[in-house]
Design a protein around this ligand. Structure first.
Ligand code: HPA
Length: 268
């Protein structure tokens, strides 16, 4: 299946991406920064998961960013939409098969670390998989990766350090924290936030973990950054609204786009 998807993409675009970028909820601004964009809607690609949600715009955008060849996923798949974990990570495997060496991911997340403020960015240093699913369940294909992939360092330390340098230069805060991946789609109860904080998570969200597991399995270098869209302190928890989450994500989006762009520009 991957070979057929890759063949269809190669027949349509000459681009050989070095970097894959997955953009999170409300964080799509980077798509507009791609030079000489060539978009392939998901529904034109064989074996690509197709959207079951009407009005869901999904496409791969190939092009250049600061001289590097990139492919951006505009619209990602979540397990809470009903996609299997294998479907959610299918694009990651295609990105790897296209020849990319690095995967960059952004997401919107709730912040549980008391030092965090809404609108802050957090470089993901590690994760906890609480989604109840894993994209590697089932027969393992050794051509993609090993049966028991190591997870001692899923997030590339050098890319985190580079991002920290860039944040310092650009004068914004970049936390370094642990992301807990949950299935959703409901937000958490106070007891769940207390539990998540207790087990060492700084932020919580409904994406990223499956993609990172598949990326590490396939040998991709990973950098992920969370936009803290709401604060999840059990004692002072207020009802979170999707509207507010999207508003905070939109306000933080230029900072996030600048960070990812500069990481792409300077990484080697
Ligand atoms: N929980 C889970 N996912 C989220 C949250 C949250 O509080 N905020 C944004 N995405």
């Amino acid at each position: 299946m991957i070979t057929e998807t890759v063949a269809a993409i190669r027949a349509a675009v000459a681009e050989r991406p070095e970097v894959g970028i997955i953009l999170g909820t409300g964080l799509g601004g980077l798509g507009a920064r791609i030079e000489k964009p060539h978009a392939l809607p998901y529904e034109t690609l064989p074996h690509f998961p197709h959207s079951t949600v009407e009005s869901h715009k999904g496409q791969l955008v190939f092009g250049h960013l600061h001289g590097k060849s990139v492919v951006v996923m505009e619209g990602r798949f979540h397990c809470y939409e009903g996609y299997s974990a294998q479907q959610v990570v299918y694009p990651v495997r295609v990105i790897k098969a296209l020849g990319a060496g690095t995967l960059i991911i952004s997401n919107a997340a709730g912040g549980m670390n008391a030092e965090y403020r809404a609108g802050d960015l957090m470089a993901v240093a590690d994760h906890i998989n609480l989604m109840g699913v894993n994209p590697l369940v089932g027969a393992n294909d050794e051509r993609i990766g090993p049966r028991f992939p190591d997870m001692s360092a899923p997030y590339d330390e050098r890319l985190i350090a580079l991002a920290e340098t860039i944040a310092r230069e650009k004068n914004f805060k970049l936390h370094r924290g642990v992301y807990a991946g949950v299935l959703g789609p409901n937000l958490e109860t106070r007891a769940e936030y207390r539990f998540l904080r207790g087990i060492g998570a700084d932020a919580v969200g409904m994406s990223t973990v499956p993609e990172v597991i598949a990326a590490v399995h396939a040998g991709l270098r990973v950098f992920a950054v969370s936009c803290i869209t709401d604060l999840c302190i059990p004692e002072t928890l207020k009802p979170a609204s999707l509207e507010e989450i999207l508003k905070v994500a939109a306000a933080a989006e230029p900072k996030l786009t600048a960070l990812i762009e500069t990481v792409v520009e300077r990484m080697n």
